[in-house]
Ligand binder design. Structure first.
Ligand SMILES: NC(=O)C1=CN([C@@H]2O[C@H](COP(=O)(O)OP(=O)(O)OC[C@H]3O[C@@H](n4cnc5c(N)ncnc54)[C@H](O)[C@@H]3O)[C@@H](O)[C@H]2O)C=CC1
Ligand SMILES: C[N+](C)(C)CC(=O)CC(=O)[O-]
Length: 321
């Protein structure tokens, strides 16, 4: 079974936060992009988001011929996908909506064009149930901002061909990404399962009046957050065991796993908890607009990634290590 991996035309369905990120990334890699989104004013909003992302993309290096003018916005699903070499859906996270949308997308697409969904945790076997040629359908779960962050989790459903997974990995790599094949189809995949655990504990801490949203964010960004940009928890904790490594770490800190340090099940999202979270984060925003903070975040990410890559090279590692 073969699928298109040398792509020239990228189709994006849904052009909100994530869809626009895919569009910006694909344009920056010199592709023609065709986009569709049913919301009124979606084209203008998409072009604005792409323009906003462009300075960061210029800083990280544009491919030859890359241009925002290579984006075409169309008014039907059929027009969006029929000539596309690769299709990425970023529609709202609703099973019924994705199921219906993928029936239409896959019926109109070339049979050997891969179809990816940006879903954060829905199961591909479920929302590709009624798709035509489901063997080429995968999840490609990205991270926000999609135009800068390299991780994309690739997940297959029961009907996905193994060749489609390998082909999708190749395509995402050609877009400068770091695909991670999630070998078991589980809700939330790998990364969101981890992020969700942290998020739920953070909500409990607010709910219990232990800390404000700002204090919790400080606990992340001045500590583990700085480490996480270049080293994961397992390796970090191996180093925390000193010369004796992980075994000593487990002996020393393993008993804490039996202590009531975490709740894990999510707290009830009461009006009070929602209000507390909104109030706290509004305070954190202060005078800054979302747009200003997005630029700030992008510059920080570029700086961290540049610094980490330079340090990897200095230590005899490649930037893919
Ligand atoms: N926001 C995030 O941090 C992340 C979201 N995702 C996933 O990406 C997908 C999109 O999420 P966001 O971009 O955050 O949502 P969003 O709300 O920003 O954008 C969704 C877009 O889909 C459009 N839309 C509405 N009905 C549609 C339909 N029937 N067909 C196609 N498009 C339709 C909306 O007009 C909107 O522009 C979801 O599956 C989500 O789980 C993945 C990674 C991160
Ligand atoms: C909140 N979220 C589940 C949509 C987050 C993601 O899926 C990944 C991210 O960018 O954090």
């Amino acid at each position: 079974m073969t699928f298109i991996t040398e792509i020239k035309t990228f189709a994006a369905l849904g052009s909100g936060v994530i869809g626009s990120g895919w569009v910006a990334r694909a344009l920056a890699y010199g592709l023609d992009v065709v986009a569709w989104d049913p919301a009124p004013g979606a084209e203008a909003a998409l072009r604005k988001r792409v323009a906003k992302a462009w300075p960061a993309l210029e800083k990280s290096g544009l491919a030859e011929g890359a241009s925002q003018h290579r984006l075409r916005f169309v008014s039907t699903i059929d027009e969006c996908v029929r000539d596309a070499d690769f299709i990425q859906e970023s529609a709202p996270e609703r099973l019924d909506l994705k199921l219906e949308l993928h029936s239409k997308i896959s019926a109109a697409a070339k049979p050997d064009a891969l179809i990816g969904s940006s879903t954060s945790g829905l199961l591909p076997s479920e929302f590709y149930e009624t798709s035509t040629h489901p063997e080429r359908c995968i999840v490609g779960h990205p991270f926000n901002p999609v135009y800068l962050l390299p991780l994309v989790e690739v997940v297959g459903g029961q009907k996905t061909a193994p060749e489609a997974i390998q082909a999708a990995i190749k395509v995402y790599q050609s877009l400068g990404m770091r695909p991670l094949h999630v070998r078991k189809e589980v809700p939330g995949f790998i990364a969101d399962r981890l992020l969700e655990a942290l998020w739920r504990e953070a909500l409990h801490l607010v709910n219990d009046g232990v800390a404000s949203t700002g204090e919790i964010d400080d606990a992340i960004r001045f500590g583990a957050g700085l480490r996480w940009s270049f080293m994961g928890t397992f390796l970090t904790y191996t180093l925390a065991g000193g010369d004796a490594g992980m075994r000593h770490f487990m002996n020393q800190f393993g008993p804490a796993l039996q202590l009531p340090w975490t709740y894990l099940p999510a707290p009830e999202l009461s009006e009070k908890l929602i209000d507390d979270v909104v109030e706290g984060t509004t305070e954190q925003l202060g005078q800054h607009s979302i747009a200003a903070l997005e630029s700030y975040r992008d510059d920080c990410l570029l700086a961290v990634m540049e610094a980490v890559n330079a340090t990897r090279l200095k230590h005899g590692m490649t930037i893919n290590d």
